[in-house]
Structure formats: structure tokens, C-alpha cells
Design a protein around this ligand. Structure first.
Ligand code: ADP
Ligand code: MG
Length: 335
């Protein structure tokens, strides 16, 4: 009888010998919540075929413009697409997707994404802000916890592609996402042709090594300025660009022509990619329509689905798809 577990109990516990202390109960609840979140991350991982991170070393190079553009170009091609906007301090994806001041719908503890242009599903930290003019200042661990929770609690449904937009720099956010979401296909690094941005994008490539996420390639944004015009059919045209550089083209049979002028030095993205042995995914022109689209909430790809920028995005999307296909078939990981 001395070995019986009952004998060790205080008599006043006898009525409920299995009750955990409040502290134990808390631990169990938190372990259960963690396990549930992990399972839901795994499920999200399964339901989303491809996950692509969009990074840059420097702010203002057009990362959010590229993320939204890629998502819309993929949606244009008939894919089911989502965007996860991780930038807590300056989230501007909702605006670009025509979803300003939207609030998220929560059902049975699951967060449902808002639907933007072309049916693209959008989750943004901006949806959590009471007032969009007040930047959120969250300290590290709270911010990263919120990101994990955000990833685990969203009901994306089945997606072909999830594009993840980050704040600038090589900070903790990409690491948290890379550790939380299983099977990320890779990262797209956005750069502009200027030297400073180039230096930073080199940092991003090195950073990818520590994340163990493959680099799908480099995109050069704001790479040239395309002007369009009308002339006599088949006419030869010569235009002087910045710095006096001459650009030649020929009008088509209807007299339409396009010329892309270099505003910054061109080709930096390509040379960075070559130097690091990662693919160059293409160049996107400087297009004032992106700035307007950011202001009025209609993305360039939606307002001009067949314009020069939409065509350039479609090419970048093809390059990304072929990189994803290549790494799938060869098990390739550039780290
Ligand atoms: N290709 C482009 N042509 C013209 N303006 C652009 C282009 N890409 C981005 N922009 C503009 O540059 C600014 C910064 O872009 P954004 O995508 O918010 O950069 P990031 O997310 O890297 O901080 C925005 O006003 C945007 O409209
Ligand atoms: Mg941004």
C-alpha cells in the first residue's frame, strides 16, 4: 500500500487527483496552441504549391511594386495567387492592391485574406493597424511572434503561388518566415541599377546563404524609361536620351514605336547576378504609372494589362517559373 500512488496524495486532493496546477495548465495550453500552429503551418505548406520571397538590401528599390506586380502577372496567367505583406513598419501592399482601409475577416479563429485586383488574396500587417498613419513600433520578439501567428492562422485555401514581401534589409523577418513556412521555393532579389542599391543586393545574396533558401535570381527595377510614340509606318527614329546617348528604333507598320532610354546606368543587376553565379530574371522599366498606381490603388498591370510594364513582368514571371522548375527537377539549391 505504501507504493500506491494514491497514498502520496494529500487527502483533500482525493476528489480530483488529476487536476493540473494553473501553471501546468497554462503550459499545456501553450504547448497545444504551438502544436496546432505547427500543424497548420504544415498544412499551409502543403496547400500552397509555390512560395517565393521578395527581398532587397535597400528600401525604395521597388520591392512592394515588384511583389504586387509578380502576383498580378501570375494571376493574369490564371494562377491562384496570394501576397503576404510582412512589412509592419511601412506596409503599402494593400494600397497597391486597391484594398486600403480594408479589415480582415475572422471566422472560427482563422484569418481570411482580403481579395484584391484579379482575385489575388492579400494579407498585410496594415490590416491590423487602427490608424494607417501611425507606424507600428513593435519590439523584436513580439514582432516575430506576430509574424509566426499571422502565418499559422491564415486560411489561404489552395494557392499556386504565395509571394512574400518583406521590409528592406537583411533583418529577422525573412529568417522567421524561412523557419516557419516549409518548402520555400526561393527568393527574388530586387535591385536598381545604381551602385549603392547594388552593394546592398550583394548583401542579400550572401544573406540567402544563411537562410538556406535558394536564390531564384535578381530583378533589375527602374531599369530604363520607355517612351511610346507615333510616326510614319516603318520610319526610322533616332532619339537622344539622357547624357546625349542616341537610341534608334523603327516604327511598326501602324507607325507605333517604343524606345527604352537609360536613366540610370543599366545592366548592374545582370552583372551582380553574374558575379554571384545566380540567374538574372530580367529588367523592369521605370514607369511613372507605378507611382500613380500606388497613389490611386490601381496597379499598372491592371490599368494597362498589355503595356510595356505588364510585358516586362510577364517575362520575369517566366524566368522565375523556369528557375522553380529547374530546382524542382534537379533538386538544385544555390547556397
Ligand atoms: N519601375 C518603377 N517605375 C517607377 N516608379 C517605381 C518603379 N518601381 C517602384 N516605383 C516607385 O518607387 C517607390 C518605392 O517603391 P516600393 O515598391 O514601395 O519600394 P520598396 O518596397 O522597395 O520600399 C514607389 O513610389 C513606387 O511607386
Ligand atoms: Mg515595400
Amino acid at each position: 500500500m505504501a507504493d500506491s500512488p494514491v497514498s502520496t496524495h494529500d487527502p483533500k486532493d482525493a476528489a480530483a487527483p488529476d487536476l493540473a496546477t494553473p501553471q501546468q495548465q497554462k503550459q499545456m495550453e501553450s504547448a497545444y496552441a504551438n502544436m496546432k500552429r505547427k500543424m497548420s503551418m504544415q498544412e499551409i505548406g502543403r496547400k500552397i504549391k509555390h512560395k517565393v520571397m521578395v527581398l532587397s538590401g535597400k528600401g525604395g528599390v521597388g520591392k512592394s511594386t515588384v511583389s504586387t506586380g509578380l502576383a498580378l502577372a501570375l494571376a493574369q496567367q490564371g494562377h491562384a495567387v496570394g501576397i503576404l505583406d510582412i512589412d509592419i513598419t511601412g506596409p503599402n501592399v494593400p494600397k497597391m492592391m486597391g484594398l486600403e482601409r480594408k479589415r480582415l475577416h475572422v471566422e472560427q479563429g482563422r484569418i481570411h485574406p482580403a481579395q484584391g485586383h484579379l482575385g489575388v488574396k492579400v494579407i498585410s500587417m496594415a490590416f491590423l493597424l487602427e490608424n494607417e498613419d501611425t507606424p507600428v513600433v513593435w519590439r523584436g520578439p513580439i514582432k516575430l511572434g506576430a509574424i509566426q501567428q499571422f502565418i499559422g492562422d491564415v486560411e489561404w485555401g489552395e494557392l499556386d503561388y504565395l509571394v512574400i514581401d518583406f521590409p528592406p534589409g537583411t533583418s529577422d523577418e525573412p529568417l522567421t518566415v524561412a523557419q516557419s513556412l516549409p518548402e520555400i521555393d526561393g527568393m527574388v532579389i530586387v535591385t536598381t541599377p545604381q551602385d549603392v542599391a547594388l552593394l546592398d543586393s550583394r548583401k542579400s545574396i550572401t544573406f540567402s546563404e544563411s537562410l538556406k533558401v535558394p536564390v531564384l535570381g535578381v530583378v533589375e527595377n527602374m531599369s530604363g524609361y520607355t517612351i511610346s510614340g507615333k510616326a510614319q509606318p516603318s520610319m526610322e527614329i533616332e532619339i537622344a536620351g539622357p547624357g546625349g546617348k542616341k537610341h534608334k528604333t523603327t516604327a511598326d507598320s501602324d507607325g507605333n514605336f517604343n524606345v527604352t532610354l537609360d536613366i540610370f546606368k543599366q545592366g548592374g543587376g545582370k552583372s551582380t547576378a553574374e558575379e554571384f553565379g545566380v540567374p538574372f530574371l530580367g529588367a523592369l522599366p521605370f514607369d511613372p504609372g507605378f507611382v500613380r498606381g500606388g497613389d490611386d490603388g490601381v496597379h499598372r498591370i491592371v490599368s494597362e494589362p498589355e503595356g510595356a510594364s505588364a510585358i516586362a513582368f510577364a517575362k520575369v514571371v517566366e524566368a522565375i517559373k523556369s528557375q522553380i522548375g529547374a530546382s524542382e527537377s534537379q533538386g538544385l539549391e544555390i547556397i
